[in-house]
Design a protein around this ligand. Structure first.
Ligand code: SF4
Ligand code: SF4
Length: 513
């Protein structure tokens, strides 16, 4: 593991455009998936020894993607190289590698698109920046499409709304079509299919873990708070990232979810079949995997007979649930196969389907159904990190911007001391933690540390100005990434935690009506 040699950049008081360092991270590559990982997902096991075969496979698949996703074709054609996005990517800011500029990341694919799919590129490739697909180009794609966290920050600044994350997703789909998949994401997807969650935690182990959690909470509070699994007839199915079941600080939020349901008198359950909210199908840009993983939630909801589906603290899971579950599974409305229609009849129309756990908790707070002792959090001076997929890929509540207000409203309802980070680094313009989108793997720690730089600089300012000692967030990947990289910048690993961790600390139990 590369950890000890990795050096973080010095934090700057006034962020500036970095010095250009060509190819600084060109050799930074994540591990490649082997045949045992690739083939069960329906991808070629490895790169063919015959380059022409790989070439034809990739160009053929590219043509299919351009036909299927009109947005991809528009993104390939629309860029005017205005430069607005160039300094907006945290990986460029942290590494100085010009190929980590969003426009350059797009151009890695655009140049090949032009060569094979535009008349000018076919006739005069040199004049229009078109290039052949070669083994070297494919290697370059592998480096730089796995140095993008699909955070979509660059798209906020693009006058044409070009979404580099979608280009990255297409790049990864093409790499998988070539048999050049990423071990980390594809291995995790395999575990979801085989065992039910990203961590490969089987049902009995999950039940054991949650029974132990009930005992811990009883010892701590004297109250019988339940963390049930597979309880038919429960009102709510809670789907949360599997890290919430045992990793620190994630489990502190799980404790909080249970306390909220207990205090509000809402019956709820986890599902051993859908014990994972995360959906890495989105990270690899593969519709079939996205769909297959999402369908586990629908099946669990139908079998358990629940009335509501609630999603825990996971950024990309909430984006998938909010933006895609309707057409993928019929949760909400959209899909109209018999099972989707059955589910739509089963779910309670008085509630948003799906609901984010923060929406549920905030509703209960507004109804006066939860009581808090805010002073229990007085040892914490809190800031809030907006996670990319929540900020730029979803909403909460019933108005634009609800996804920024609702988690902050909860924090302010349960803690006395709160300070936001600099305006240009939060909300819609939030900086990625540096580990999202399938980048959270140890062999990419160098780029993860580099990519965290802008967030660390903003954090340093609120630490200096207000003494902030706790950064709350509602994403499992952000929690895992920050726990790892905070020490590289001189912060304590334990200063990151969930919003429901703060809820858990302050909530008053034992006086339920
Ligand atoms: S990591 Fe984010 S900002 Fe950088 S290119 Fe990818 S989507 Fe854009
Ligand atoms: S901001 Fe948009 S149009 Fe301008 S260079 Fe970036 S992707 Fe191209």
């Amino acid at each position: 593991m590369a950890g000890p040699e990795i050096k973080a950049s010095a934090l700057r008081e006034y962020p500036t455009v970095p010095t250009i360092q060509p190819d600084a991270t060109a050799d930074l590559k994540c591990w490649v998936a082997n045949e045992k990982i690739q083939e069960p997902l329906g991808f070629p096991g490895k790169l063919s020894d015959n380059w022409q075969e790989t070439h034809d496979r990739v160009i053929g698949r590219m043509g299919e993607l351009l036909d299927k996703y009109r947005s991809l074709k528009v993104f390939m054609d629309a860029c005017v190289h205005c430069g607005s996005c160039t300094d907006k990517c945290h990986y460029f800011i942290g590494s100085g590698d010009p190929k980590n500029m969003p426009v350059a990341r797009q151009d890695l694919m655009r140049s090949v698109y032009r060569r094979y799919f535009t008349p000018a590129g076919k006739m005069f490739p040199g004049l229009v920046g078109a290039r052949d697909l070669t083994p070297e180009v494919l290697d370059e794609w592998y480096s730089y499409y796995w140095q993008c966290s699909e955070c979509r920050r660059c798209s906020v600044f693009c006058p044409y709304g070009i979404d580099t994350a979608e280009v990255t997703m297409a790049g990864r789909e093409l790499l998988n079509a070539a048999g050049y998949g990423q071990k980390y994401s594809n291995e995790i997807i395999g575990k979801v299919h085989r065992v039910g969650n990203n961590l490969g935690l089987p049902g009995p182990a999950l039940i054991d873990t949650l029974t132990g959690l009930e005992e811990d909470v009883k010892e701590d509070t004297g109250i019988d708070v339940r963390y049930p699994v597979d309880e038919k007839g429960a009102e709510v199915l809670l789907v949360t990232p599997s890290a919430d079941f045992f990793a620190e600080p994630h489990i502190e939020s799980t404790i909080g979810y249970g306390k909220v349901f207990h205090a509000a008198g809402i019956s709820w359950t986890f599902s051993s079949m859908a014990s994972e909210a995360g959906n890495f199908g989105m990270f690899i840009g593969n519709y079939e995997q996205l769909h297959k993983i999402a369908m586990r939630v629908r099946q669990a909801a139908l079998e358990l007979g629940v009335k509501r589906i609630v999603v825990g603290e996971c950024g990309h899971a909430w984006r998938v649930a909010y933006a895609f579950w309707n057409t993928l599974t019929g949760i909400g409305a959209g899909a109209n196969d018999p099972f989707a229609i059955e589910l739509q009849k089963q779910l309670d129309p008085r509630y948003k389907q799906p609901t984010h756990i923060c929406e549920l908790t905030w509703d209960l707070i507004q109804q006066g159904r939860l009581k808090f002792d805010k002073s229990a959090n007085d040892h914490r001076i809190v800031t809030f990190h907006d996670s990319c997929n929540v900020a730029r890929g979803s909403r909460m509540g019933d108005y634009a911007g609800g996804q920024f207000d609702i988690p902050r409203n909860i924090v302010k309802a349960v803690a006395n001391k709160f300070h936001d980070m600099a305006e240009e680094t939060i909300g819609e313009r939030t900086f990625c933690c540096g580990g999202g989108g399938g980048v959270l793997t140890d062999e990419l720690l160098d780029i993860r540390v580099k990519g965290a730089l802008p967030r660390m600089e903003a954090l340093q300012r609120v630490v200096d100005d207000h003494g902030v000692n706790f950064m709350a967030t509602i994403c499992a990947i952000c929690k895992a990434q920050f726990s790892k990289v905070l020490p590289y910048y001189g912060f304590k690993s334990g200063m990151v935690g969930g919003v429901h961790q703060l809820v858990s600390t302050a909530i008053q139990l034992g006086n339920e009506q």
